[in-house]
Design a protein. Structure first.
Length: 77
């Protein structure tokens, strides 16, 4: 299990990087045109954290930073 959050199961997803040219319509142009599409990956920010489970067991887990800041894990001191 490489880059997967053990709490929310967030993982790497694929997408596109769009290359555009032209002036936007709201700026007085004829609109933006897509001149190229390149495949890319969106990777979650996964950290290895020592987590306190049930108030007694300490275990190392891979957790995304969104779960850490939301307080879904209790860090071991």
């Amino acid at each position: 299990m490489a880059r997967v959050c053990e709490i929310c199961k967030k993982k790497t997803v694929a997408g596109n990087q769009l290359e555009t040219r032209g002036l936007a319509k709201w700026k007085g142009g004829v609109g933006k045109k897509i001149t190229g599409k390149t495949k890319r990956k969106f990777k979650p920010n996964i950290q290895k954290v020592r987590v306190l489970i049930n108030g007694k067991t300490v275990r190392r887990m891979k957790v995304c930073t969104r779960c850490i800041s939301a307080g879904k894990v209790s860090k071991a001191v």
